[in-house]
Design a protein around this ligand. Structure first.
Ligand SMILES: *Cc1c(COP(=O)(O)O)cnc(C)c1O
Length: 225
């Protein structure tokens, strides 16, 4: 199947309530254009430099999602065009996003990245860290941030029970955060979870946004980038 057919097949298999983000990291502009041509407007990248280059080369009705770890010194360069930052994992990062967004009068949509996987390598906040952040005096001063929901990654394992339990945990973190901080706020509505190997399970567990790379574009060849 072609890249465009891969995208369309997934799109047709999921509920229209779930946003499908085509994770185009490492893949060329032409591959993105093929998926764009069949209607995709949500693309995910994890490197700032690549985001900037692709944004400049592609139509401006694309919604770009930053899904990778974001360093504070790189925030400034993506704020003008980034649609949603999935990877907020510190107050320091949020403060920088707020500062840069305020300079251009933008309210930047963000997700809090939670740590749920067993592995040590994943970034993200614990519930305590997130709640501390949301109750801090500094957070209350951020006028140019809108927290839309949460993001997380399950462990990289074939064990469906483990993955399912971790997605369930993420859904609970979403509910706990919502009831404590966003109970009357309908824009806190996003659970970004699920990738190529586990998006079906993620949707069963309540995902509203899936980030799919390999199943659309094929495998990534990091050495050519
Ligand atoms: C690369 C990446 C994805 C997509 O992974 P696939 O397994 O290729 O679908 C999703 N989320 C994040 C955070 C990623 O870095």
């Amino acid at each position: 199947m072609s890249i465009a057919e891969n995208y369309t097949t997934i799109l047709q298999s999921i509920s229209s309530e779930v946003t499908l983000i085509a994770v185009s990291k490492t893949h060329p502009i032409d591959a993105i254009k093929e998926v764009y041509a069949v209607g995709c407007r949500h693309f995910g990248e994890n490197k700032v430099q690549e985001l900037i280059q692709k944004n400049a080369a592609l139509p401006n009705d694309i919604h770009w999602h930053m899904i990778g770890h974001l360093q504070t010194n790189k925030v400034k360069s993506i704020i003008p065009f980034i649609h949603l930052i999935h990877s907020v994992d510190s107050l320091k990062l949020l403060s920088e996003i707020n500062k840069e967004a305020s300079k251009i009068n933008k309210v930047q949509d963000c997700l809090l990245e939670f740590y749920i996987a067993q592995e040590e390598t994943k970034f993200g906040l614990s519930q305590n860290e997130a709640f501390e952040m949301l109750t801090s005096e500094q957070f209350a001063t951020f006028k140019n941030i809108r927290i839309k929901g949460i993001m997380g990654m399950a462990s990289f394992t074939d064990n469906a029970e483990t993955v399912k339990a971790e997605f369930g945990q993420l859904k609970q973190l979403f509910e706990a955060t919502k009831s404590r901080f966003y109970a009357n706020n309908s824009s806190f509505d996003t659970i970004s979870m699920g990738m190529s190997g586990d998006y079906k399970l993620a949707i069963e567990e309540g995902s509203t946004m899936i980030r799919v790379g390999t199943t659309i574009f094929g495998s990534r060849n990091y050495s050519t980038i």
